[in-house]
Design a protein around this ligand. Structure first.
Ligand code: HAM
Length: 438
């Protein structure tokens, strides 16, 4: 017996538990995806789909050599002398596509969104998987603070579309690339005297990527941080003005945020705005989504000119977890309009064609595929919560009629076979108070 790989899971028609973790059924996933798409359309975002595999070099250069993702979390594939990576995120791939297809020539800001799988070889735990799903947006071509605000407002609108509560939006400015070396030095100078008190990870980070120390979850290191130099004090006047414009717009929109001078992100491409949306109900992996501005990415992955851009990505699994914790009422999967129940070979033969024609006419129709007894067929119709059962035996065929039973009420009547579609639709109209399905 094979099993799904550690940190991955199957999405089944109904929700299920694996290793104490519950995976919602496919209707819940579709509902989340449909809601995300609906919000994206309201913002005029256009969908982009990029491959699951990318050149490893693109991710190394885009996400950054010193990041956890590149250092230890890439699923690499060697093939024909090339090294590919299962995409750990979608921003660098979208920027690659933008440059490769000269999307700038379409004019204006490219407002792109995506939903799809990503892969990171992290230690699996609640809310953290090795194959997970992100939705996100990338606004490419605008250096204006309104673009940052549009990305943040988009994320907040998705959360709002699900009535998510207990959220916290953390916001920071990490300045431009040129601002970073001075800050890095200040941070090194600050921590150097306490070096021996730092955890092994932070000691390493002090050498390779001191900003990541700000991300520490260790209590005594968080205490040390209280007095540490703060990034926003090191950013240029331009970056500060940009940040003030962003916070001004957020205030106008009534979007509450916590300014967090220690918020840094796990990917190296960010400049200026950085943000994360957290939920109280998620436990250790509390980020629903995060993003920021990345004005240097285009050049880092080989674009000649700088291309200003801003975006975010959010975890579909994290949304599903937060929704489950809030007892969100997911819509039920649609039930069949009609279930055809047959007695005998002639009737079965009739039903194959009848089901096909009714489906072509737009109705949801099922029939028995196992040559089962009439009792078992009824049971299945009930289990599937079909609206009506259409029962046909040899006598009915001879009469040119069927027995149509409205399953919720048990009412039954004979209907002419030639009028079957119309009669099912009449019954459905009574259910929905006017409109039949399709
Ligand atoms: P990120 O913070 O690495 O950013 O990931 C964004 C979101 O993806 C996280 O907040 C989390 O909800 C989800 N996520 C990340 N890793 C996992 C995992 N192993 N299991 C489950 N969910 C996970 C980015 O990926 C950037 N590309 C975001 C961005 C877009 N910045 C600008 N544009």
């Amino acid at each position: 017996m094979f099993q799904s790989i550690r940190g991955t899971f199957d999405v089944l028609p109904e929700g299920h538990d694996i290793a104490g973790r519950s995976v919602p059924g496919s209707p819940s996933w579709r509902h989340v995806e449909a809601t995300v798409r609906e919000v994206m359309e309201r913002f005029g975002m256009e969908e982009i789909r990029t491959p699951m595999m990318e050149p490893a070099e693109l991710v190394a250069r885009g996400v950054g050599q010193a990041t956890d993702i590149v250092q230890k979390e890439m699923f690499l594939i060697e093939r024909g002398g090339e090294t590919y990576v299962l995409r750990p995120e979608v921003t660098a791939p979208v920027m690659r596509a933008f440059l490769e297809h000269h999307l700038a020539q379409r004019g204006g800001t490219q407002r792109l969104y995506y939903i799809g799988p990503c892969f990171r070889a992290e230690r699996p735990q609640k809310g953290r998987y090795r194959q997970f799903h992100q939705f996100g947006v990338e606004l490419i071509g605008s250096a204006e603070p309104v673009a940052d605000v549009e990305a943040i407002a988009n994320l907040m609108s998705v959360a709002e579309a699900f009535d998510l509560t207990n959220l916290r939006l953390r916001l920071n400015t990490i300045g431009d690339t040129e601002d970073r070396p001075r800050y890095r030095e200040a941070l090194r100078d600050y921590f150097e005297p306490f070096k021996n008190d730092l955890t092994e990870t932070s000691r390493q980070r002090l050498e390779t990527n001191p900003l990541r120390i700000l991300d520490t979850k260790t209590e005594h290191e968080r205490v040390m941080l209280a007095e540490a130099p703060r990034l926003p004090d090191f950013v240029s006047d331009d970056a500060r003005a940009h940040h003030e414009a962003v916070t001004g717009f957020l205030d106008d929109l009534g979007i509450a945020y916590d300014s967090d001078p220690f918020l840094v992100r796990g990917l190296d491409y960010y400049t200026r705005t950085a943000f994360e949306l957290e939920s109280d109900v998620l436990g250790a992996q509390s980020a629903l989504g995060g993003g920021g501005r990345y004005d240097g990415l285009a050049q880092a992955v080989g674009g000649g000119e700088p291309v200003p851009a801003v975006g975010y990505a959010a975890g579909v699994e994290r949304f599903l977890l937060a929704l489950a914790a809030q007892d969100y009422a997911f819509p039920e999967a649609p039930h069949p309009d009609a279930f055809l129940i047959t007695i005998g070979d002639e009737a079965k033969r009739w039903a194959v064609t009848a089901a096909h024609n009714l489906r072509k006419a737009g109705l949801r129709v099922e029939m028995d595929l196992l040559d089962r007894s009439i009792g078992k067929q009824f049971k299945e119709a009930d289990r599937e919560k079909a609206h009506v059962a259409v029962i046909v035996g040899p006598d009915d065929l001879a009469e040119g009629e069927a027995q149509m039973k409205h399953l919720p009420s048990g009412e039954q009547q004979a209907v002419p076979l030639k009028d079957l579609e119309a009669r099912i639709r009449m019954r459905l109209r009574r259910r929905s108070g006017g409109t039949a399905s399709t």
